[in-house]
Design a protein around this ligand. Sequence first.
Ligand code: NOJ
Length: 585
Amino acid sequence: MSVDVTTSPTPELSPSTRRWFHSAVVYQVYPRSFQDSNGDGIGDLRGIIARLDHLAALGVDVVWLSPVYVSPQDDNGYDIADYQDIDPTFGTLADFDELLEQAHARGIRVVMDLVVNHTSDEHPWFVESRSSKDNPKRDWYWWRPAREGMEPGAHGAEPTNWEASFSGSAWEFDEGTGEYYLHLFSRKQPDLNWENPQVREAVYAMMRWWLDRGVDGFRMDVINMISKDTSLPDGHLTHGGLYGDGSPHYLCGPRIHEFLQEMHREVFEGRQDRLLTVGEMPGVTVEEARLFTDPTRREVDMVFQFEHVGLDHGAHKWDRRPLQLVDLKASLGRWQAGLADVGWNSLYWDNHDQPRAVSRFGDDGEHRVASAKLLATVLHLHRGTPYIYQGEELGMTNVPFAGAESFLDIESVNYFATAMGQGLAAEEVLEALRDGSRDNARSPVQWDASPNAGFTTGTPWFPVNPNHDVINAEREVADPDSVFHHYRRLIELRHTDPVVADGDFHMLVPEHPTLYAFTRSLGPETLLVLANFSGEDLAVPELPGQPDWSGAELVIGNHADPVAPEDAGLPVLRPWEARVYRRRG
Ligand code: NOJ
């Protein structure tokens, strides 16, 4: 595949226009943990360049780079102090240009992370904004006085009762000017005020600058938080009783569609054919996603929704529950149906904010290899654009954390401190962290069996998972039956078979507790996908409305010894076995 980097006039897009990313697969690189090139123990841009051939061998079309901009790294780069330069930890702009050139030479597009709901508190915009109440940039952020009649700085005096995503109040008191600023994440991540047109213009100019440099689109961090209810109402009290849930007042707020359409006009118009835009949108509903991704509305190409990664949560993220397959099918099936005629889905099991897919949805013990391949098969056969998180293609697992000191991520560290303050049992809190911490995704990529897994010659910033002696890229690339080669085959299938990219999706046996079954069909061709989400043999039951599948061609399976299609029609699936059959006519 070669990348067409020319721009062409905007075509008229109907809701069902076929776009290039329907048959594309995206790979997410979390630079800190991908590959170190200079021995400082932290991954960097030259490390990514050195590993591009791995991505080319896998066959992915797009790389999404988590943030590499100048940052104090309070939230590993999601706190940006300069949008138009590279953090020295990761390299230089020259390194970035070389990465872009080398990726393009391999037919791989590069999508940047766009973090514009908030900046770092060290960004010059915020430094100016906090310097005085009458600074011209004061209104670029959300500044409010203490609650009427209350002592500024006292608990309860915050302008609203909202809780921040990383624990505590979403407001930080600033001694210098005697007011509070809003931060929906850490106190070092003040929220930008998108109501101010100068903020929007500055952001759009910065985006155009990156596009002119050659980048191929943006993954937009929590982009459905940029429009807030400007009256800033209190939220309903949450689990702890100390804070309120402000999310109804800042998720998909009143001007969100207007802002995204304006961004489209100002930044993407005329160049959208070659670009990819994906909006990360916690709490987004299918109905809203139809609006965001309807191409005629010109907002974004697709969204990251969170429903399926919330199914194992109870009252909140740290209240972990066993996942029910029936719920997973109901959720993903609803998204498939909801975006069937209008819009487009993104498909993912994990990313840098989620536990490892095979540990969460599969079996990372005895059936690790089979279940990692099964998860890949199921996801990549859905309709939408699949995202692979680094190391997922190797079947990397969660981290065996020893104790509280093993967690480095701000969300986990803050939660542990808060939970201890509330008197929760340490062992229970640790269990929840082991299961759900974002740190699970952040251990270095396992390239080989050497002491630091080939990630660095120095001391890795985060310990390598001890299982890298068994799970590593070198071993998998050499083994045609590996998880890596299974992913490679699935990507190739999406590239070559239009039914995978564009076929209709139809869920089968939604109530079955362990069988995930569906069809994809386009014209005379139908694919049948069968996946056994259990460690037991499973005799596939009669599939209502389905023709006789005996004699159908087996397109791909996840066991080394593929079984010929049974004469009787439907097979007995072995533990964590997945198969894809094809019929024509
Ligand atoms: C979502 C990002 O994926 C996450 O890593 C980050 O902490 C928050 N947004 C805040 O930027």
